[in-house]
Design a protein around this ligand. Structure first.
Ligand SMILES: Nc1ncnc2c1ncn2[C@@H]1O[C@H](COP(=O)(O)OP(=O)(O)OP(=O)(O)O)[C@@H](O)[C@H]1O
Length: 154
């Protein structure tokens, strides 16, 4: 169900929306090392595979330390950007869970909050990036990373 929604968003038939952590985990093979495609200052980026194409899943590291308001501001901005030269935003995930950890040698538990913050974009392969860089495509590409105020213009 969730997978079909993301497929429709990737096809451009639906607007970006919130996505479940389970879905993003499944399409990246549990965020496996083999699916890692990059690292930025704040996130590890994974390739997600769908029946109709690939996506890039940006999983924010140390999501406890990121400013929540800033995360939602970025999501809000990304939801409003629609431009042929901007990497297409497909959705986001903001999940907060509690996990019980048993205290060693005791029957008591402590409860820890597990927070996941992820962003999903269309996947840009090396090949297509190189074409943009070499100027063989008609339009330049702009990769916007608004949360952290970084805009890469090629
Ligand atoms: N849409 C995408 N398609 C393919 N690869 C991507 C995509 N987005 C990011 N990557 C890969 O992941 C790497 C890290 O991405 P990015 O720099 O955006 O992460 P970040 O944590 O937001 O970084 P920072 O905010 O420090 O720039 C990129 O250099 C690139 O190799």
């Amino acid at each position: 169900m969730d997978l079909e929604v993301l497929q429709r968003i990737l096809d451009g038939r639906e607007k970006p929306t919130n996505l479940s952590f389970e879905l993003l985990k499944n399409i990246t093979e549990n965020f496996s090392h083999d699916r890692e495609i990059g690292h930025g200052g704040f996130a590890t980026v994974y390739k997600g595979v769908l029946p109709n194409g690939n996506v890039a899943v940006k999983r924010i590291r140390n999501s406890h330390s990121i400013n929540e308001a800033l995360f939602y501001r970025e999501v809000d901005s990304l939801l409003n950007i629609e431009h042929k030269n901007v990497v297409r935003f497909l959705g986001f995930c903001a999940s907060t869970d509690q996990t019980a950890i048993q205290i060693e040698g005791s029957k008591q538990h402590i409860y820890a909050e597990v927070r996941e913050r992820l962003l999903c974009f269309e996947y840009i392969s090396n090949g297509s990036l190189q074409k943009y860089i070499a100027g063989t495509l008609l339009h330049p590409i702009y990769v916007a990373d608004i949360t952290y105020c970084l805009i890469i213009l090629v």
